[in-house]
Design a protein around this ligand. Structure first.
Ligand code: 5GP
Ligand code: MN
Length: 343
């Protein structure tokens, strides 16, 4: 992956011309990559004397609570004091990390950002088809995570030696979670080279793995058993699976935000499976997560049928009709995909 030297030069000029007010934004339902890339980039900018506010639209999962500086992240949904509004109004620069369209911030926050005119905007992201225009753009869908992109930017700007152990730890979280612990595509030699730099700072990789993947609640384990055993439906000769969870079912298992993370991957452990979906009921809509193997393009599927997007093998979207109607629409969409030879 080559970074544009022209964009690097622009970015350097922006961040190396004296202390400024900076906002770093990441996406709704922030994950390990959203937090890891934001926290590491914030540290790099603070080291240059900038004042940095990291903002995410809603709460992050409890198993990421241990990450360094995570408590300094402003959760817009709980921001009664208006820290976000003030930081956005005063910002000289806004960095958008790990998302490609303002709609991924959801309504009140996306409007707040859209109406701010003063700040220069920079995109650092690995999703397909960035929708907005930015003053500087690092849009690399071929990158396995935004954390890897942030690593590359830091290395390019200030050298690999500048990466601290604290930065390495949060960057590792992002790289690990977005690649399914280094098992998905985009695992390039250069990713492993960067991991070797992170590892050399002395981070405890098994401990990081445990903190993220072995820190769930009992309720989550039982909900997982329930959803696989009772709710998984299989279509198209065993190549498509879907699951659904209603609010009532989640309450039954003491659901906490993040508890359903990873469920959608599990059906793909079945040999013939090409695509997996999960529908999760929220207060006023249903969130859809999609995963696929090989050539099956769930970014296309999510964009066509569920107002969403993401990556070729991992995407998501939303549905504003009932669970039964959402499932009917999904089954119809699968038929269409099959008839077009896309599945
Ligand atoms: P997840 O299923 O883990 O929530 O999301 C998988 C991928 O799809 C992520 O890269 C995420 O950014 C993207 N994604 C999830 N939901 C949406 C959505 O509603 N709209 C768009 N454009 N992308 C989404
Ligand atoms: Mn990501």
């Amino acid at each position: 992956m080559d970074l544009s030297q022209q964009s690097i030069a622009k970015l350097r000029e922006m961040v190396e011309s004296g202390p400024q007010q900076i906002v770093i934004l990441s996406h709704t339902n922030p994950d390990g990559d959203a937090l890891g890339s934001s926290l590491a980039w914030a540290k790099a900018l603070r080291a240059l004397g900038h004042t940095v506010t990291c903002v995410v639209p809603n709460r992050f999962p409890y198993y990421l609570d241990w990450m360094t500086d995570v408590k300094s992240i402003v959760v817009y949904k709980n921001d009664e004091q208006g820290i976000t509004r003030q930081a956005v109004e005063q910002a000289d620069m806004i960095f958008c990390l790990d998302f490609h369209t303002l709609s991924r911030l959801d309504a009140p926050l996306s409007e707040l950002i859209a109406s701010n005119t003063k700040a220069k905007r920079v995109l650092i992201d690995h999703h397909l088809n960035p929708a907005e225009s930015f003053d500087v753009m690092f849009s690399h869908p071929e990158a396995s995570s935004t954390s890897y992109l942030v690593y590359r930017l830091i290395e390019e700007l200030w050298g690999a030696e500048s990466v601290t152990k604290e930065q390495a730890e949060v960057l590792y979280v992002g790289m690990m979670t977005d690649t399914g612990n280094f098992s998905f595509s985009s695992l390039t030699p250069d990713l492993y080279r960067s991991l070797s730099v992170l590892s050399a700072t002395g981070i405890d990789i098994p401990q990081i793995y445990n903190n993220v993947y072995n820190s769930f609640t009992e309720g989550r384990a039982r909900l997982f058993g329930y959803v696989i055993n009772r709710k998984m439906k299989i279509l198209n000769k065993g190549t498509v699976a879907y699951m659904s969870l209603t609010e009532e079912e989640m309450r039954r298992f003491w659901f906490q935000q993040g508890d359903s993370e990873g469920f959608v991957n599990y059906p793909l452990t079945i040999k013939k499976m090409r695509m997996s979906a999960i529908f999760i009921e929220h207060h006023d809509f249903i969130r859809i997560s999609l995963r696929s193997r090989g050539k099956v393009d769930v970014n296309l599927f999510a964009g066509r049928y569920f107002e969403g997007g993401g990556h070729k093998n991992a995407a998501g979207g939303k549905s504003y009709v009932s669970m039964a109607e959402t499932i009917a629409r999904f089954e119809q969409a699968v038929k269409e995909f099959v008839s077009e030879g896309l599945l």
